[in-house]
Each structure stands twice: as structure tokens, then as C-alpha cells.
Write a protein that binds this ligand. Structure first.
Ligand code: SAH
Length: 235
């Protein structure tokens, strides 16, 4: 893990020995659970560290630098999967109040086990983003909603923007086709009450752009539509 801390430093993140240990333990857990639960495509330690951890660290560092992620932000990770970027954020920035939302129960069983074993603070919710967004304790209540590799932008915005407070943000890393996705998301943004900024993202790997949506108005209660609709017929 020494090289991971060195790489993290390149993004201005200085990992303590405890954080380095937590990341190592988290990587081991992912590798151990992977034969039973489909957590990541390639569960080699190198890919887990270099791709998933480092990209999550770089994302968090870019958001800290811009004060989008603050030391005590209320953060929701939608479609958390194995916990990227949410669990990495909670290890690196332990003051945040993190909620992990994931539809697949086997994955949330892993997330809950990881949260307990690593001694981090996080709430784990099993369910579809479309359903839980209508829960008043979750709706419009997060400072920052992140979603990595979950859906094309118009669908992703419908799954995430209802959770952001007015003045809060939705952030998703996107690849070289970010500008096409942005063009396709114009209607979704106006219906859901947000405007978008995109920020170049200096990190090795496929995500070269951060799409940052600023929530300007409450999202109409109709959204998100019932489970499956945001993907089947994007706004
Ligand atoms: N963010 C993780 C996982 C990406 S895979 C990473 O970057 O590695 C996408 C995940 O989103 C899957 O685990 C899938 O189960 C979950 N997902 C997809 N649609 C969802 C929805 N509507 N509600 C909740 N979770 C969803």
C-alpha cells in the first residue's frame, strides 16, 4: 500500500498510517468477497488500488479543493456497489456523514460488513434509488450526491437530484463522451431543477471529466418516476 499513499499525495491527500491500513483491509475484503458477490470486474489488488481507490481519492480531493466536499458534508453515494467512491471518502475524510445506497442486497451485505470491520461511520440502505427518493427523511437532504458508473447522465440525474438539497450538488465522473451526455441532459436538468458545470478531472483512467450539477430549485414530487422508468425512458 506504500505506493497508494504516494499516489494519493500527488492529489494532495496525505494518508495517515491508520487510513492506509483501512484501505488495505478494505481491498482485502473486496478480494475475499468477490468470488461470492460480483463486486468489481477485476478483483486483483492492483486494479482495486490503482483504479478504484485512486480514482475515488482523486475525485474526493478535487471536490475538497473546490469546497464541494466539506469536512462535515452530508454525502449520499447512489449505486455504491463495492463502495466507490463513498467508502473511500469516509476513510479519507472521516468527518463526513455518509449514506450508501445500493439496490442489490448481496452488495449491501458487503457494504455493511466493510463499514463495521473498518470502523467507519456510514448508513447503508438497500433499495432502488427511485423508491427511496420519496422517503421524506432522505429527499432534498444531502449536500453532495455522488454516483460513479451508474447510468448515462439523463437517467443518473433523475436518480440523484431528488436527494440533493437546494444549493447542494450532484457529482459524477464521466469519460471522453461527457459533452455528448451533457447535451442529452438539457431537458432532465430543467425538469429536475438544476444547472450543470463540468470540470476537467486530472486522473489517470477513463473518467476525464467531472459533471457537477448544482440544484437550484426543489425537484417536482413526480420524480424520480417508478423503478425502471428513468432508464427505460430518460427525460
Ligand atoms: N459506484 C460503484 C458501482 C458501479 S456499478 C463503482 O464505481 O464501482 C452500478 C451499481 O449501481 C450496481 O451495483 C447497481 O446494483 C447499482 N444500481 C443501478 N441502478 C440502481 C438504482 N436504480 N438504485 C440503486 N442502485 C442502483
Amino acid at each position: 500500500m506504500e505506493s497508494l499513499s504516494q499516489h494519493a499525495q500527488a492529489y494532495g491527500v496525505r494518508l495517515t498510517p491508520r487510513q492506509t491500513e483501512q484501505l488495505a483491509q478494505y481491498a482485502t475484503m473486496i478480494a475475499e468477497w468477490s468470488p461470492r458477490v460480483n463486486l468489481v470486474g477485476d478483483a486483483s489488488l492492483e486494479v482495486i488500488e490503482r483504479r478504484h481507490f485512486l480514482e475515488s481519492i482523486a475525485l474526493g480531493a478535487a471536490l475538497r479543493e473546490r469546497e464541494v466536499l466539506r469536512p462535515d458534508s452530508r454525502v449520499l453515494d447512489v449505486g455504491a456497489g463495492a463502495g466507490f467512491p463513498g467508502i473511500v471518502f469516509a476513510i479519507c475524510w472521516p468527518g463526513i456523514a455518509l449514506t450508501l445506497l445500493e439496490a442489490t442486497a448481496k452488495k449491501t451485505a458487503f457494504l455493511a460488513a466493510a463499514v463495521a470491520a473498518l470502523g467507519i461511520e456510514a448508513t447503508v440502505l438497500t433499495g432502488r434509488a427511485e423508491d427511496l427518493a420519496h422517503d421524506p427523511s432522505l429527499r432534498e437532504s444531502f449536500d453532495l450526491v455522488v454516483a460513479r458508473a451508474v447510468a448515462p447522465l439523463p437517467t443518473l440525474l433523475e436518480l440523484t437530484l431528488p436527494y440533493a438539497r437546494v444549493g447542494g450538488r450532484v457529482v459524477t465522473p464521466k469519460g471522453s463522451r461527457a459533452s455528448d451526455e451533457l447535451a442529452a441532459a438539457t431537458n432532465a436538468l430543467s425538469v429536475l431543477g438544476a444547472r450543470v458545470l463540468s470540470v476537467p478531472f486530472a486522473v489517470p483512467g477513463p473518467a476525464q471529466t467531472l459533471v457537477v450539477a448544482l440544484k437550484q430549485r426543489p425537484t417536482p414530487a413526480l420524480y424520480p418516476r417508478r423503478a425502471g422508468a428513468p432508464k427505460r425512458s430518460p427525460l
